[in-house]
Design a protein around this ligand. Structure first.
Ligand SMILES: *Cc1c(COP(=O)(O)O)cnc(C)c1O
Length: 378
């Protein structure tokens, strides 16, 4: 039995797989138009916005690039929060487009503080955007998006741009209520689809920035895509099968309801963390952990060996650390189409592998602590 517990891609449910396996429909046919219009409404529901929401045929990074290219201008200044691999990506995209950045560099494993963002905004009053990850997947950290959005909301010339790729469908990100201006997502995280689609939603404020933006854009023109999708069309040939899968995935999310969806993820995250600690392992980001993925310190052994043995011995694919964290941590994902027994299996197998590699752990105690979290919910 093979299990996929990486923080993207995540397992695909049989219902979604079946929807994607149906005979192809023509993307200009009336049947597909209906799907596009429904997906558009349901995306707005997930993003909790009355603003515009679109899907794009690309991976999540394409929507990140689109967020920059569609809202900013040549020579603009943006504040980025570089607390991991994906925070770096905001800064790198800006650089590629000639947008200057003021980077708030945070030690990997820590969240940015509201004070740090406030200071950066006060010192850079011309900043046109603050760009942050809701969940920094490379370190397992959640940033204080609600508070950051509140800081930006009162500044008419600054946008709050949030990478919610590993957060949408996991934690509450009420775009309109919090004042998030651009929110991006990706298909292969909590939406539990294969990779290949990205999502973006824009507030009215962001749309006023879009009207003035002079950065080059063609395939990723949000304006063109919004105009098409509001009529049930797409600007280009979309990944039709993935959109059929998205329709099924969104229907599933709607049936579960946002509150239950977030609650299920919170419980799986809590149960993972409780199990990790009780067996004698250490969380990499204990202070502000993301509910999407748990990063765990490799206990005096090579983290890459843990990843390899999980795969070779137990058929479980997990993620290791990236860049400076390579070999130092391993990451267990608990987002999307996963449940209590995926969490318990991941904990049991991690404990087994670490013990075989020489760590001294109490795996049974970890499993009991994790079970207790689940049982307390029933
Ligand atoms: C996965 C991920 C991305 C990158 O998405 P791709 O689909 O690989 O382009 C960006 N940001 C975060 C937070 C992610 O988890």
């Amino acid at each position: 039995m093979k299990r996929l517990l990486t923080p993207g891609p995540t397992p695909v449910s049989p219902e979604v797989a079946a929807a994607m396996a149906a005979p192809l429909v023509y993307h200009r046919a009336p049947a597909f138009k209906e799907v596009v219009l429904r997906v558009r409404e349901n995306l707005r529901w997930v993003f909790q916005t009355k603003g515009e929401a679109i899907f794009l045929t690309c991976s999540g990074s394409g929507a990140m690039e689109g967020a920059v290219a569609n809202t900013l201008n040549r020579g603009d200044l943006a504040i980025t929060i570089r607390a991991g691999k994906f925070g770096e990506r905001w800064a790198n995209i800006c650089k590629a487009y000639g947008v200057q950045t003021h980077n708030i560099d945070i030690e990997w494993g820590k969240a940015v503080t509201v004070e740090q963002v406030k200071k950066a905004l006060d010192e850079n009053p011309k900043a046109r955007a603050v760009m942050v990850q809701a969940s920094e997947t490379s370190t397992g950290v959640a940033h204080p998006v609600k508070e950051i959005a509140a800081l930006v909301k009162s500044r008419p010339d600054t946008l709050c741009v949030v990478d919610g790729i590993s957060a949408l469908g996991v934690m509450n990100l009420p775009m309109d209520e919090w004042g998030i201006d651009v929110l991006v997502g990706g298909s292969q995280k909590a939406f539990a689809l294969p990779p290949g689609l990205a999502f973006a939603a824009v507030s009215a404020k962001a749309q006023s920035f879009m009207e003035k933006s002079d950065l080059p854009k063609f395939y990723f023109s949000f304006t063109k895509e919004i105009a098409s999708q509001s009529k049930g069309e797409t600007a280009w040939t979309p990944a039709i099968s993935l959109v059929m899968g998205l329709d099924a995935a969104l229907n599933g999310m709607k049936a579960e309801g946002l509150e239950k969806l977030f609650g299920r993820h919170k419980t799986m995250a809590n149960a993972t963390r409780a199990g990790v600690k009780a067996m004698g392992l250490e969380l990499f980001a204990p202070d502000s952990p993301s509910d999407s993925v748990t990063a765990i310190k490799a206990p005096g052994i090579d983290g890459q060996a843990i990843v390899k043995d999980m795969r070779d011995r137990h058929g479980i694919t997990i993620a290791g650390g990236q860049d400076a964290l390579k070999g130092k941590i391993f990451r267990l994902s608990h987002m999307g189409h996963v449940d209590r027994f995926d969490v318990l299996t991941a904990l049991a197998a991690s404990g087994d592998v670490c013990t075989r590699l020489g760590a001294r752990l109490d795996v049974a105690k970890g499993l009991a602590a994790s079970e207790a979290v689940f049982n307390a919910q029933n």
